[in-house]
Design a protein around this ligand. Structure first.
Ligand SMILES: [Zn+2]
Length: 292
């Protein structure tokens, strides 16, 4: 465990943890594990300086996801909306059921919509007693500055490819290494690529590239249907390739901008097919081609 995480645990053990933490970088899984452990330390009936006991009622309930004072908020589909935050807000202000601390873990906090972020901000500004909110995000820059500035930032370093592969255990190592490279060393993206299937993803991207290069609408039509999660994944990998392409001088920056814009639009609950088609059209017009 790195020093920063050890200090966090110590602060939790001594009941002086910050009310708002922002975890960023590294893997979502690692962030989740640390959040769970902090929730346990804060609520364990017999914690030691080494950590939670893992045996008491609270420790068990937290690990199984059933502790009423440990609240999880994560995207429904692709965003965390205002309705979700309002429901969560009620639970936060409700009296503590059985725990010492009410701990809320907001996963993929960079997917909170603007109205939801404003509702969240209200809670952050006037948190009830003994409340800890942990925001988990890949990129801290995507969190509303007014929220970010109130949080203690906790950076999770990236693992190396080697560590990532070791941690995967059963997975096909060659396949995993391909996913890792395609992700631009982003573990969350690499995991998503692996779950989706590396070949399937590469094949789709190649067909998209050819359709754009040949400005061929029929080839574009053949790329659908895809669902929203797939579309987000494809756009993320395209963005990685575009970034690498700009670095090598084979891609012009507008392509990355167009991909970024498409990703933002897609997160706002729009038809994925429409978004991809608009992106392709933009690339047609600019005469661009996505190469790798
Ligand atoms: Zn315990």
């Amino acid at each position: 465990m790195n020093l920063q995480l050890a200090l966090l645990e110590k602060a939790a053990h001594e009941n002086r943890l910050a009310h708002l933490l922002l975890f960023h970088g590294g893997s979502a899984l690692h962030q989740r594990e640390v959040a769970l452990r902090l929730a346990q330390i804060l609520n364990c009936s017999q914690p030691t300086p080494e950590g939670p006991c893992q045996e008491c009622y609270a420790c068990h309930k937290i690990i199984s996801g059933n502790h009423p004072d440990v609240l999880w908020l994560k995207p429904l589909k692709t965003t965390i909306g205002i309705e979700q935050v309002l429901v969560w807000q009620q639970k936060v202000y409700f009296k503590h059921y059985e725990g010492n601390y009410k701990v809320s873990v907001i996963e993929q906090a960079d997917s909170v919509t603007l109205p939801a972020a404003n509702a969240l901000l209200k809670v952050i500004e006037e948190p009830p007693e003994r409340t800890v909110i942990i925001l988990c995000a890949q990129n801290a820059e995507r969190i509303l500055p007014t929220i970010q500035s109130r949080a203690q930032l906790v950076y999770f370093p990236d693992l190396t490819e080697e560590n990532w592969l070791t941690g995967l255990g059963e997975a096909d190592q060659q396949e995993a290494a391909r996913a890792f490279r395609l992700s631009g060393k982003n573990q969350n993206l690499a995991t998503a690529i692996l779950e989706h299937g590396v070949s399937l993803l590469q094949e789709w991207l190649e067909r998209f590239r050819i359709a754009v290069e040949e400005r061929d609408f029929l080839k574009l039509y053949a790329l659908f249907p895809i669902n929203k999660n797939q579309a987000v994944l494809y756009l993320q990998v395209m963005a990685v390739q575009a970034r690498e392409g700009i670095f090598k001088g084979t891609i012009r920056p507008f392509e990355l901008l167009a991909i970024g814009k498409a990703t933002d639009v897609l997160r706002q609950q729009v038809n994925p097919r429409l978004v991809i088609e608009v992106l392709a059209l933009e690339l047609f017009q600019q005469g661009g081609a996505l190469c790798d």
